[in-house]
Write a protein that binds this ligand. Structure first.
Ligand SMILES: NC(=O)c1ccc[n+]([C@@H]2O[C@H](COP(=O)([O-])OP(=O)(O)OC[C@H]3O[C@@H](n4cnc5c(N)ncnc54)[C@H](O)[C@@H]3O)[C@@H](O)[C@H]2O)c1
Length: 275
């Protein structure tokens, strides 16, 4: 058995939504296993700050680029820039997503299906699905040009596998039209990413490009205790994830340790979808 099969030394790993809550954890995981995280997000200053942090802490040559993944030309230009700066791309983590608030205006709640605007639908889909398609099209194609291919990881969700339990978000003594819900786009996008994963897992397999998906459960991040108690009842492990608990699965999927893993949809959810 190769001891270093989990190492990512020298691998150029593009991470979308890198400056977000989990994107930062993905980036650290890559850097700590010797990979070179290429940080993609909307604000240049956010990815610059993270790149500096990672370079200092892990002695890597991480670099950040401001790219809007809904903009095809932006992505095309970025692939050229990365290949000029780093020579190639080995891996892609499709992690970026829109994170809309479950808002109300005192009259209606906009996350509810009957109030959900076409504008909100289009915005969510343009990032979560169309943006991911564009990243696969350009970064993925670049990976397919490597003699040894590479690995694509899509970040779906446990809610790509099961329906949201809307009772979890319900507020006491609030009329139905004001009750917040998990928006329809979340389920549709996360299920769509599972289809995209299967598609990509066969598409460039002759070029050795593998593609797998992680379906993370929710992460503990200062939610109210009522919510945490309720959601814990639905999870065999009786808790949400800590933010570092997807790093191991991610490194495994990116590295040679998973060399025969392809088209896998892996729930990492404390067993929530097993019930
Ligand atoms: N946090 C959780 O509990 C959880 C659970 C399951 C799945 N996920 C999934 O994990 C991923 C990361 O979640 P998170 O909690 O870190 O979200 P987040 O909102 O903190 O991060 C998302 C990042 O994507 C970036 N982004 C948005 N639009 C973009 C665009 N057009 N171009 C480039 N970047 C863009 C944002 O700027 C942000 O930094 C998402 O796909 C999310 O659905 C999260």
């Amino acid at each position: 058995m190769k001891k270093d099969m989990f190492r990512l030394d020298g691998k150029i790993v593009v991470i979308t939504g890198a400056a977000g809550f989990l994107g930062r954890m993905h980036s650290e995981a890559v850097a700590s296993f010797g990979g070179i995280p290429i940080l993609i997000d909307l604000e240049q200053s956010n990815v610059d700050d993270l790149a500096n942090e990672l370079n200092e802490k892990y002695n890597v040559t991480s670099c950040g680029y401001s790219v809007d993944i809904t903009n095809e030309q932006n992505i095309k230009d970025n692939v050229k820039l990365i290949t000029k700066d780093f020579g190639q791309i080995d891996c892609l983590i499709n992690n970026a997503a829109n994170n809309p608030k479950m808002e109300d205006d005192g009259q209606v709640n906009f996350s509810r299906l009957e109030n959900f605007t076409l504008e909100a639908w289009n915005k969510d889909v343009s990032i979560g699905l169309t943006g991911t398609f564009l990243c696969a099209k350009y970064y993925g194609f670049q990976i397919s040009k490597n003699p040894n291919g590479g690995s694509i990881v899509n970040i779906s969700s446990d809610l790509g596998l099961i329906a949201p339990d809307q009772r979890l978000y319900a507020k006491k003594n609030v009329d139905l039209h004001l009750q917040p819900v998990k928006p329809v786009t979340y389920s549709v996008i996360k299920s769509g990413l599972i289809g995209l994963t299967r598609y990509l897992s066969t598409y460039w397999i002759d070029q050795n490009v593998r593609c797998n998906a992680i379906c993370p459960g929710g992460v503990e991040n200062g939610q109210p205790s009522d919510f945490l108690n309720e959601v814990s009842l639905r999870i065999p492990m009786k808790r949400l994830a800590k933010s570092h608990e997807y790093q191991g699965t991610l490194v495994w999927m990116l590295s040679d340790a998973s060399s025969y893993l392809n088209g896998a949809i892996v729930p990492v959810d404390g067993g929530r979808t097993a019930w």
